[in-house]
Design a protein around this ligand. Sequence first.
Ligand code: OGA
Ligand code: MN
Length: 318
Amino acid sequence: MAIKVEPISERFGAEVSGVDITKPLDRATQREIVDIQNKWGVTVWRNTGLTDASHVAFSRIFGHVELAPRHSGKPCRMSEPELFDASNLDIEGNIVSNESIRLGAKGNRLWHSDSSFMDVRSAQALLLCHEAPPHGGPTWFADTRSAYDDLPQAMKDRLEGLEATHSYFWSRRRAGYPYTEEEIDAKPQATHPVVHVHAGSGRKALFVGAHTRDILGMDREEGRKLIDELVEWCTQPQYVFAVHYKPGDMTIWDNLCTLHRGGEYDDTQYRRDMRRTTVRDPLAPAAAIDHFTKMFTAAGDTPFSPAEKTRERVLAAS
Ligand code: OGA
Ligand code: MN
């Protein structure tokens, strides 16, 4: 059966069907799916039938699947070390406490590109819905390639060659965590170009979002004004859409040519069980298997632990 691609908008986003992704796929089918993803930036897969294990297995068609960062002192619900828990649930399946919901949700509802605070960036993210709230709880996506294409030439010229810093601790501060600028200065941050060529399509894309802190060589105020202006530009109505989920539905977004944000829902009332795998930028330089732990450990007083159990399991399997 041929793979069916139904565009969501003219240049961005497509619903894909006609292929059973719970089973191993031949090379040609894998290639076709990767090409569809590269072209459309976000793909939506309904009623996939994926389990934790087949979710991880399917993710591997896009490249190296990262180990998910783990919180220390907090047992993890996930059955696979590659699964990132994007739910509002604790290990017993109960809705987590209000304060952590408030800050976590606030951070997630800012437009961002996952892990842009890492030197080694993440490319594809595959977010699978296991349980959805009765109303709402979508993910919003924005097209940073078309947004770049449509910039006035004077702005394209201004952005050429600019680089920006990205910090996890900066976006947490914006969500309300009490980090000072000085504390953030002392923690690891990454530097990336503001405009880059998206390797999967050869098109240029903007690369700024909630983790972006300063433009190198620019006055702090001026840099932050420019960053905010660019994120606003990318998230105008003509570049965005929302995906609403039912259990089994999955979205795949390319972090290198899109922005995303969690949509509104009452997260103190409704369970929302979302699990994500993340695929490393295929062009990235070699990195440690567990590079998140390395970064968070270097950051000092962090909520993250060296994921010893996870690491042992992965090393044993490799
Ligand atoms: C993520 C994320 C948004 C959502 O998992 O990286 O931002 O809608 N999720 O859950
Ligand atoms: Mn995210």
